[in-house]
Design a protein around this ligand. Structure first.
Ligand SMILES: [Zn+2]
Length: 69
């Protein structure tokens, strides 16, 4: 599984992430190049989802939008 598009590394600008083995949602994500700690994976995803939701709401093109019909 590939991680959802996530922020570039603030340290080196790399987008490559390293996912150490661990219980899903409880491990940290590290930059593949410089080992910068992005924090917990679930928090990273939650932040990104939040941004995505805002963007989709703004564009009105969400595929996941609940249908009112
Ligand atoms: Zn880095």
């Amino acid at each position: 599984m590939q991680a959802p598009s996530s922020p570039d590394c603030p340290e080196c600008g790399s987008r490559a992430k390293r996912f150490p083995p661990g219980r899903e949602g409880q491990y940290h994500v590290f930059c593949k190049k410089c080992d910068h700690d992005f924090g917990r994976y679930d928090h990273l995803v939650a932040d990104y989802r939040h941004l995505l939701d805002e963007l989709e709401a703004h564009l009105g093109t969400s595929d996941n939008a609940p249908r009112d019909i």
